[in-house]
Design a protein around this ligand. Structure first.
Ligand SMILES: Cc1ncc(COP(=O)(O)O)c(C=O)c1O
Length: 460
């Protein structure tokens, strides 16, 4: 049974977003494609937002939306939660500035808070994004093992790092066999060599992973994985435990990229749910309270390599041989006091309200599933905790990128655009990230919007 979607008139979109279009015309004169991040783009032009409150935001034409993008999952307390706002103001007032450039107390407070949920992060370093955190994790792994290749999974995203920006979204013709995926660069401007330096693995297929890793064990520093693929596709029972066993046996480090999932899929991350201890973990998004932040943590023996006590700093003007002994990691804004204040305040609230948020998200997913069933449209939701995606598919199981590719993404995007008109926003095709302020009223309004829009947009 295949879906045939009925085109929803794009004119409705353009009629109600004339100021967004005007904004984009101005933006395209000064920024490539009018964008500061390619991910923000969708055709014919994205909606421009200029105000937000709680679970809602408003575009430059004055339209109101319930926001399910929530800053790509970062804003788990919604927009401008009062506890976070107070913490930010208090930080500036009490500290008298928002940047010291020296050690300070919140660096330790935050580390301790993170370790409470992620005991595998025995020692911690801060960075300014998930991308930066992964960059450091890869360097730590290479230094620790004296090996210089990385294995990553097809369909998994870790930021715009040359060695990891491969096979996130490969075309069917380039991707190779399912059991033997090929490395396909995801961007221009990358050396053709990178495709030889990174090994691609198939998610949820431990037999193929074990075979590929055995083949490359002498050159592989680490396997990096989104342990819940894309934040939505669950690992099969025991897949992560088996991957841990194989990597341990072969002397390859295991890095969990929990940038999306930490404090969103579960308070203790996917590693907590599946009881697997990686060597290194990277987190970001939620833990930065909506500000630019990334964290690397893991085994003390690995993390200690970046200690300045091992050598000196490249900027210190001292013995340059000593500086080469320490693994370099630095950053003007690392451990930014304002960001740590926002992040700690976010954890304060989340520790109290997370379970209720998950219960509400689960109920919402169930009600959405019933609604699609009522309209006789095959759909399943995938995800966990306070994050999920709506997949238009008859498939029972979604195990990896290639299953995901077989879903009806065109109809999903049309549905999302039609939902704009009904006051419901996520970037077309993207995940739903709920927050503690998505209350019953917002969720009911969303279900009513879906009920109206589904038959307008999708039919057999
Ligand atoms: C799993 C994962 N890793 C890394 C990143 C990169 O994080 P950032 O955008 O903060 O650089 C992302 C961002 O979406 C992500 O989802």
């Amino acid at each position: 049974m295949s879906l045939q979607n009925v085109a929803h008139p794009d004119e409705v979109y353009t009629e109600r977003t004339t100021q967004s279009r005007a904004h984009m015309e101005r933006a395209r004169k000064v920024m490539p494609g009018g964008m500061t991040a390619n991910i923000k783009h969708f055709a014919p032009y994205p909606i421009t937002i200029n105000r937000a409150s709680g679970s809602k935001f408003y575009d430059v034409d004055g339209n109101e939306y319930i926001d399910y993008l929530m800053g790509y999952g970062a804003l788990i307390l919604g927009h401008a939660h009062p506890h976070v706002r107070e913490a930010i103001v208090r930080q500036v007032e009490e500290d008298g500035t928002w940047l010291f450039g020296t050690p300070h107390d919140r660096e330790v407070t935050m580390a301790t808070r993170i370790q409470k949920h992620f005991p595998s992060m025995e020692q911690i370093r801060y960075a300014n994004s998930g991308t930066e955190a992964n960059l450091l994790a890869v360097r730590l792994a290479m230094a620790h093992t004296n090996k210089y290749k990385i294995a990553k999974f097809e369909g998994h995203y870790h930021g715009a790092i040359d060695s990891l920006l491969l096979s996130i979204h490969p075309s069917k013709s380039d991707a190779g066999e399912q059991e033997d995926p090929q490395a396909v660069p995801d961007s221009g401007g990358m050396s053709p060599e990178v495709a030889n330096e990174t090994i691609i693995l198939p998610f949820n297929d431990i037999k193929s992973c074990a075979r590929i890793l055995e083949q490359h064990k002498d050159e592989l520093a680490a396997v990096i994985i989104e342990p819940m693929e894309g934040g939505i596709i669950a690992p099969k029972q025991r897949f992560l435990q088996q991957l841990r066993k194989v990597t341990n046996k072969l002397g390859i480090l295991l890095i969990f990229d929990e940038v999306k999932t930490a404090f969103r899929s579960a308070m203790d991350g996917v590693q907590g749910v599946y009881d697997v201890t990686p060597d290194l973990t990277t987190i970001g998004k939620v833990v930065g309270g909506g500000f630019p932040f990334g964290v690397v943590g893991g085994k003390a023996t690995i993390m200690e390599q970046s200690s300045p006590l091992n050598g000196t700093d490249i900027f210190a003007g001292e013995d340059s041989e000593a500086s080469q002994k320490a693994l370099f990691h630095s950053g003007t804004y690392n451990g930014h006091p304002l960001i740590l204040a926002a992040g700690i305040a976010t954890l304060d609230v989340l520790e109290q309200e997370y379970d209720a948020l998950v219960a509400r998200t689960d109920r919402f997913r169930e009600e959405l599933t019933h609604l699609f069933r009522k309209h006789d449209i095959p759909m399943k939701t995938v995800g966990s905790g306070a994050m999920f995606s709506v997949l238009l598919t008859e498939r029972q199981e979604i195990n990896h990128y290639r299953d995901l590719q077989k879903c009806d993404h065109d109809s999903r995007k049309k549905l999302d655009k039609a939902l704009f008109e009904a006051g419901v926003y996520t970037k077309p095709g993207n995940r739903y990230s709920l927050s503690v302020v998505h209350d019953d009223e917002a969720l009911t309004k969303t279900l009513e919007a879906y009920d109206r829009v589904i038959p307008e947009v999708i039919r057999y």
